[in-house]
Design a binder for this molecule. Structure first.
Ligand code: ZN
Length: 347
């Protein structure tokens, strides 16, 4: 909503938050209602009048630092990527495709939902999505399912202080809170602690999920997914890029050849043999990536590589990838399921 200031200048009217810091005796919550900063201290569950979200928020005590990186015998999988602040599109995709019910609660049973990174940046409903995913993850666990939110390059950028791509709304939030954007997600905040527990890559059944992809430069090190996730948590997030640059392995993981930035699978020179090499190195049959925007979910070389960044960032539409009984499909914004589009290869 655009309001006018006394001087007649257009001004953004914002609601945002909550941003919740962990303090000695409970929590400090801050949120913005119509451009006014509100602050409260509390213990236990967050009262609904302390935030702008349209779903209840329970602060969780089940956040584990080290979840497994490999899952087997999973009955069904859904995956989505690059939501980029588009809360409404995400909710429509999830509800039309049976991942949540009309009360916005998990309805995907014992299935696994993978978000392959880039919730942050571009759009103006990032905070809402983070809390929604935080809450949905707990509901999934209760139902015997699982939600995996893997970090993308935009999560890494925000945590490391690069705020070039944030929506202008968040500059108002920063000004009202008198803090940098990264400080709103520091390790002493509920979301900051949660984000720092996240993996960058997992394997479910015979499918590896990662935001950008694994380049040869990275695969040659033969690092297991478990070690890769640990290195990101311990040696890359919250570290200075100068220090990272001085270690060639860390630099290969962190910068453009690294798994959160790599775009090599989407280039014309990437061949069927290259795909087979990637699958062999990762001991899997399929790799699912986001990061490179497509009109819809696209696969190459008989679904060996599947691109699932379906351009949700434009705020209009998008798709969810499904896997069940060995077969992939894509669910659109109306909940219609269709075969994957094969952009080349032998399908
Ligand atoms: Zn990305």
């Amino acid at each position: 909503m655009i309001a006018l200031t006394a001087s007649g200048q257009p001004k953004l009217m914002i609601d945002d938050g909550p941003y919740i810091s962990i303090i000695e005796k409970g929590y400090k919550v801050r949120w913005i209602k119509q451009n006014k900063l509100k602050t409260k201290k509390y213990k236990g569950d967050l009262p609904t009048e302390y935030h702008n979200l349209n779903f209840p928020l329970h602060i969780r005590d089940d956040i584990k630092k080290e979840e497994p990186s490999i899952y087997t015998d999973v009955s069904k999988i859904a995956a989505i990527s690059d939501i980029h602040g588009q809360y409404d599109v995400m909710i429509k995709l999830f509800s039309e495709n049976g991942i949540i019910n009309e009360d916005l609660e998990w309805s995907f049973g014992d299935g696994h939902l993978v978000i392959t990174g880039d919730i942050f940046d571009r759009g103006d409903q990032v905070t809402e999505i983070l809390w929604f995913v935080y809450a949905l993850e707990a509901q999934a666990l209760k139902a015997g399912g699982k939600l995996h939110f893997l970090l993308g390059n935009h999560e890494l950028m925000v945590l490391d202080g690069d705020d070039r791509y944030i929506h202008k709304k968040y500059r108002y939030t920063m000004a009202l809170m008198n803090q940098l954007y990264r400080e709103l997600f520091d390790p002493h905040t509920v979301l900051g602690e949660w984000l720092r527990s996240k993996h960058i890559s997992i394997k479910i059944n015979d499918i590896v999920f990662v935001h950008g992809g694994f380049s040869n430069q990275v695969l040659k090190y033969g690092i297991s997914l478990d070690s890769m996730n640990q290195v990101f948590r311990e040696d890359l997030i919250d570290q200075s890029s100068d220090a990272i640059s001085q270690d060639s392995v860390l630099a290969d993981l962190y910068f453009e050849k690294g798994p959160l930035w790599y775009r090599g699978y989407a280039t014309e020179t990437f061949s069927a043999d290259d795909a087979d090499e990637v699958l062999a190195a990762l001991h899997c049959d399929h790799v699912v990536v986001g990061h490179t925007s497509m009109k819809s979910i696209v696969s190459i070389f008989n679904d060996k590589i599947i691109f699932i960044d379906s351009s949700i960032k434009f705020g209009k539409r998008g798709e969810v990838l499904f896997w069940e009984k060995g077969a992939f499909s894509r669910g659109d914004i109306f909940g219609n399921k269709q075969d994957l589009i094969s952009s080349n290869g032998t399908k």
